[in-house]
Design a protein around this ligand. Structure first.
Ligand code: AKG
Length: 271
């Protein structure tokens, strides 16, 4: 029997939550579904999404909401979109999503502010980071620095031990105030384009997958050609009030279950 559609009103943010986001630059955790429901979704992600090739040249974890309904449905869940609307307004444009697949032994993701990497004009984004696997301190949950979204930091180069080639210059910043986003599968948190975040190397023997859902507003020009040629935006909620971007319809289905393990896929998504 199909599950009843989730009610929308319970997901609206309170004024206290909106004020807290303004102060801290992040909110959560909240839940989209139970760990048991996420276990079912996770099987589809492993066998249909990450094991199949993206229709674009990007790796298999990049913007699969464009061709996989199971990914789009996570991005478009009202638990996510209704809360985002409380922060950036009623009209939401999904411009990117990506899986962070951190296998056991995966590298550190350095402290960074996403705005430094993205083709958004102006840089306005809200991310929902959704736990697909359990995210613990041991398997390198994401860490957030409250209040860090008030200042744009310069970037500096990193070494090979890091998953990114550039990071924010955190000299003089008290990283001890970080918050560890320990999440059960199906939980998520929200943060914006300037909030500093990071994850340790995965020192455990357990994989950690998260899905980052990147959303902007219609007034922003997304220069997809600069970073993700061929990708388009999807209207997630409300209206396209500015017509600055090419918009495509959400996907109707999923790729079939693949014969190979996603780790053997040609362009898999591990960091
Ligand atoms: O998954 C991680 O460890 C880092 C996530 C991240 O950098 C992001 O969502 O922007």
């Amino acid at each position: 029997m199909p599950t009843a559609a989730p009610e929308i009103a319970p997901f609206a943010l309170t004024q206290e939550e909106i004020d807290r986001f303004e102060r801290d630059g992040f909110l959560g955790p909240y839940a989209i579904c139970t760990p048991e429901e996420m276990a079912r979704i996770r099987r589809d992600i492993e066998t249909r999404v990450l094991a199949s090739e993206s229709p674009f040249k990007s790796h298999n974890g990049q913007s699969r909401h464009l061709d996989c309904k199971v990914v789009y449905d996570l991005c478009a869940h009202p638990a996510v979109t209704e809360r985002m609307a409380g922060i950036v307004g009623p009209d939401l444009v999904l411009w990117r999503s990506n899986f962070f697949v951190k296998e056991a032994g995966g590298r550190e993701i350095p402290w960074h502010q996403d705005r430094a990497y993205w083709p958004l004009d102006p840089a306005i984004n809200i991310t929902a980071w959704i736990a697909i696997d359990p995210c613990t301190r041991e398997n390198s949950c994401v860490e957030i620095l409250p209040g860090s979204h008030k200042k744009n930091l310069p970037t500096v180069p990193t070494g090979d031990e890091m998953a990114f080639r550039h990071m924010s210059d955190t000299h003089g910043i008290d990283l001890d105030k970080k918050v560890e986003m320990v999440l059960k599968p199906g939980e998520f948190f929200l943060f914006n384009e300037t909030t500093l975040h990071h994850s340790e190397p995965n020192r455990s023997d357990k994989r950690r997958i998260g899905l980052a859902v990147r959303v902007t507003v219609p007034a922003v020009k997304v220069k997809h050609e600069d970073l993700f040629p061929g990708h388009r935006c999807v209207l997630l909620r409300g209206c396209d009030t500015h017509h600055r971007n090419e918009i495509q319809a959400p996907p109707a289905g999923n790729p079939p279950v693949q014969a190979i393990d996603y780790r053997q896929a040609k362009k898999h998504a591990a960091v």
